[in-house]
Design a protein around this ligand. Structure first.
Ligand code: HEM
Length: 409
């Protein structure tokens, strides 16, 4: 666990939270392979989209040998194992869509998955930390960290759109790295009353948040709403607050009672949680509870960083007290850009969920073209809900409005 730097004598630094100066929350140098003993896992994990398509995934997993997790040692090995077991689990549960789900994950998958999850402090379900942060490699190791030179390690159904969805999200994480690097400068500057360095750092943070919005716009170029909604989305869904798995899922060999976990969502990205705590965005009870719960789906060191930012002396009060024009403007600019990012995100959600959901309802009983058929086969349980299980638009608009309330008056 990371050392908490809430003590005013300790300098706040990123590396005590396993956050990299170059890549932020992105896992540096993810492994592509596990030790040979784990080949039976990787053989299946690397074929999940094809095996789901041929409806063979469940039977192959049912026949899989029980492997011990004890030969996994390094953090990177555990992260790849968690990613591989997660995509196998999502494929296993959702292979037949929402009408033929399973009540139990077989022990050959559930037991090692549980053990690996416990060691990482992650839940036994696909998280943002798996599908995005630990799921990349550079085609040319010396080449740039960009769309052309990146590929996924492990895929979910959805072809190029699945790749686009995870990669664009990864590029949003990357765009935020300059902002993350400035967080310690802001915190340490507030502690010692250095108005100029705090103002400069906030100016850089607002630029970085704007770059995140620009990166998010790439979603339109790389992801088809009908493929996202009709094919991919179910594989990100969880077994909590999901009416097609009302009881949750039994992890055989772990516990006889079913367990409930939320599906993967970028609400599990630590970025906006950090900015909210830094700027003093206060969330309303219900949306705040959902966001707080999402922190349990993050690597523990990242969750700790958010927690420690929240315990620092208030930046907002510092800005008010200093009465510096430049500082106040820089703070307001950060809130403006965060608001713009959240507004743009609402736009994306409307295009990728609300519009296809309305079309699905309309098409369900009509004769269908191929796009219509894809959309109308989408799970109805998720029409009004996010994969994380939230009631989408009310939640997102409340969170955006709370951001607006952070402006200095
Ligand atoms: C097609 C693309 C996307 C869709 C359809 C989408 C959808 C959603 C939905 C439905 C939620 C509500 C929570 C839940 O139940 O899961 C949510 C929350 C959230 N999403 Fe996305 N999302 C997309 C891309 C992204 C990307 C690339 C990011 C950036 C890292 C992001 C960041 C967030 C954040 C931070 C929240 C929590 C609410 C907030 O803090 O404003 N999303 N998203």
């Amino acid at each position: 666990m990371a050392a908490a730097s809430t003590d005013s004598k300790t300098t706040f630094s990123l590396d005590s939270y396993h956050v990299s100066e170059e890549l932020g929350f992105i896992l540096p140098e993810p492994l592509e392979e596990l030790p040979p003993y784990y080949q039976p896992w990787m053989d299946i994990a690397l074929q999940v989209p094809e095996l789901v398509h041929s409806q063979e995934l469940r039977s192959l997993i049912n026949k899989m040998p029980l492997l011990s997790s004890q030969f996994l040692q390094k953090h990177q090995e555990l992260r790849l194992a968690h990613l591989a077991l997660s995509v196998m689990t999502m494929g296993y549960v959702w292979q037949e869509g929402e009408n033929d789900t399973v009540e139990m994950l077989p022990h050959t998958l559930a037991v090692p998955y549980w053990e690996v999850s416990q060691r990482l402090g992650l839940p036994p379900i696909l998280t943002h930390a798996d599908a995005v942060l630990a799921n990349w490699k550079k085609k040319d190791p010396e080449g740039p960290f960009d769309m052309e030179n990146l590929e996924l390690l492990v895929n979910l159904p959805g072809g190029d759109c699945a790749r686009g969805f995870f990669m664009v999200t990864l590029l949003v994480e990357l765009a935020a790295v300059p902002a993350l690097r400035r967080i310690p400068i802001v915190i340490n500057g507030v502690r010692c009353g250095d108005t100029d360095s705090v103002a400069k750092a906030l100016e850089d943070i607002s630029q970085s948040i704007q770059d995140m919005t620009e990166a998010l716009k790439l979603m339109h170029a790389y992801v088809e709403p009908s493929v996202f909604y009709g094919i991919m989305r179910i594989y990100l869904s969880g077994w909590k607050d999901n009416s097609c798995m009302p009881k949750g899922l039994v992890y055989e060999g772990v516990q006889t009672e079913p367990m409930e976990y939320s599906g993967g969502s970028a609400a599990q990205s630590s970025l906006l949680h950090c900015f909210d705590e830094l700027l003093g965005v206060r969330h309303e009870k219900k949306s705040g509870a959902f966001l707080t719960r999402m922190r349990d789906y993050m690597p523990p060191a990242h969750k700790q960083m958010i927690q420690d930012i929240s315990l620092q002396p208030s930046l907002r009060i510092f800005v008010q007290q200093q009465a510096s024009e430049r500082l106040s403007q820089a703070f307001q600019q950060c809130v403006t850009r965060l608001l713009a990012l959240r507004s743009y995100h609402i736009n994306i959600v409307s295009r990728f969920i609300t519009v296809p959901a309305a079309r699905a309802r309309q098409l369900r009983n009509q004769s269908q073209d191929s796009e219509g058929e894809m959309i109308s086969r989408a799970p109805t349980a998720l029409e009004e809900r996010g994969t994380g299980g939230s009631g989408i638009m009310t939640f997102l608009k409340t969170v955006r409005d709370q951001t607006r309330d952070t402006f200095l008056t």
